[in-house]
Write a new protein. Structure first.
Length: 276
DNA sequence: CTGGGGACGGGGCCC
DNA sequence: CGGGCCCCGTCCCCA
C-alpha cells in the first residue's frame, strides 16, 4: 500500500486559532463533509491537513517552533490525494491535557518523508525525484535507495533473509528485517526483548505510565502515538469504512475488519477485499 | 456486535 | 551504512 498521507504532528499550540477558543467539546458537524469520491480511500479525508507543516524538522515531541505565518485556510496544497480540512478551527490546546497535546490537524500533518511532485518547488530547493512514483528525496543516495523498493521480487537483485527466508528487493528493508530476528533490547522490568530500541521505549511506558501523547480535543493521553491516532478518529463524526455486504459504516478500519469477521459474513463468501 | 484502547511488529525515510 | 524516528497495521482485551 502506498504511504499516502504521511503525516506529522506538531504541537497544537503551534496553531494559534484566531479569535476566542472554541469549546473543547464542540460537536463535529458539517461543513466537515467528506469531499466525495475520495471517501472510499479510507482515510480521514476531512481532518487531515498539511497546515503548519514544517518539512525541515522531523523530531517528535520537542516543540516545533510556532509558525506565525500559518493561518488556517491559507495553505495551498494541491496534491489530489491530500485531504483538506477545516477541522483545526474546532480545536485548541486544552489545559486538561496532561502532556503535549495534538490537534487533529497537528497530528495528521505530513512528516515530510514522502514528498511528491511539486514539493521541491514549494520548498525552493532542488530535490531528486523518483521517475516511477514521483516521490522526491534530498539526496541522490536516498533516491537510489528508494528505487530499490520498486524492484520486482523476481529481480536478480532480490535477497533472502538467512534466518527465515523472506525475500526482499530492497537491501535496506532486508537489513531492517534481519534485525527483527535479533532481540537485543531487553526490558529491565519484565525481561521482554525487542528488536529495536524505540520498541523498548514504548514498552517501558507501560511500566512507567508515561503518556506523552495527549488529545487536544478531550485531554486524554496515550503512551503510543498510533493509539492517539486511532483515538482521534473516534472524535470524527464520519465513518469512512463501509461494509460491502450490509453497507454499515465504521469510523476505524479495524472496526470494519472486525465486522467482516462477524456474523455479517459468516457462512457467506465475500470475495470483496477487506479494506480499501 | 460495536466501540475503544493497550501493546507491539514491520518497514520506509531522514540525518 | 546505521541509528533514530515515524507511520501503518494488527492483535488482543474489555466495556
Amino acid at each position: 500500500m502506498p504511504r499516502r498521507f504521511l503525516v506529522k504532528k506538531l504541537k497544537a499550540d503551534a496553531f494559534p486559532l484566531a479569535g476566542a477558543p472554541a469549546p473543547p467539546y464542540a460537536p463535529l458537524e458539517p461543513p466537515y463533509a467528506l469531499p466525495g469520491p475520495a471517501a472510499g480511500d479510507g482515510y480521514l479525508q476531512h481532518c487531515l491537513a498539511p497546515a503548519g507543516y514544517n518539512p525541515d524538522k522531523k523530531q517528535g515531541l520537542p516543540p516545533a517552533p510556532p509558525d506565525p505565518a500559518y493561518a488556517p485556510g491559507q495553505e495551498e496544497y494541491s496534491d489530489p490525494e491530500s485531504p483538506q480540512s477545516t477541522f483545526s478551527a474546532r480545536y485548541f490546546n486544552g489545559e486538561a491535557a496532561v502532556t503535549d497535546s495534538y490537534s487533529m490537524d497537528a497530528f495528521f500533518i505530513t512528516d515530510g518523508r514522502s514528498r511528491r511532485r511539486g514539493e521541491s518547488q514549494r520548498r525552493g530547493s532542488h530535490r531528486h525525484s523518483c521517475p516511477e512514483c514521483g516521490k522526491t528525496y534530498a539526496t541522490s543516495s536516498n533516491l537510489s535507495r528508494h528505487k530499490q523498493t520498486h524492484r520486482s521480487l523476481d529481480s536478480k537483485m532480490a535477497r533472502k533473509c538467512p534466518t527465515c527466508g523472506k525475500a526482499y528487493v530492497s537491501m535496506p528493508a532486508l537489513a531492517m528485517h534481519v534485525l527483527t530476528h535479533n532481540l537485543k533490547h531487553k526490558c529491565d522490568v519484565c525481561g521482554k526483548a525487542f528488536s529495536r530500541p524505540w520498541l523498548l521505549q514504548g514498552h517501558m511506558r507501560s511500566h512507567t505510565g508515561e503518556k506523552p501523547f495527549g488529545c487536544s480535543h478531550c485531554g486524554k493521553a496515550f503512551a503510543d502515538r498510533s493509539n492517539l491516532r486511532a483515538h482521534m478518529q473516534t472524535h470524527s463524526a464520519f465513518k469512512h469504512y463501509k461494509c460491502k455486504q450490509c453497507e454499515k459504516t465504521f469510523a476505524l478500519k479495524s472496526y470494519l475488519n472486525k465486522h467482516y469477521e462477524s456474523a455479517c459474513f459468516k457462512g457467506s463468501e465475500h470475495s470483496c477485499a477487506i479494506g480499501n
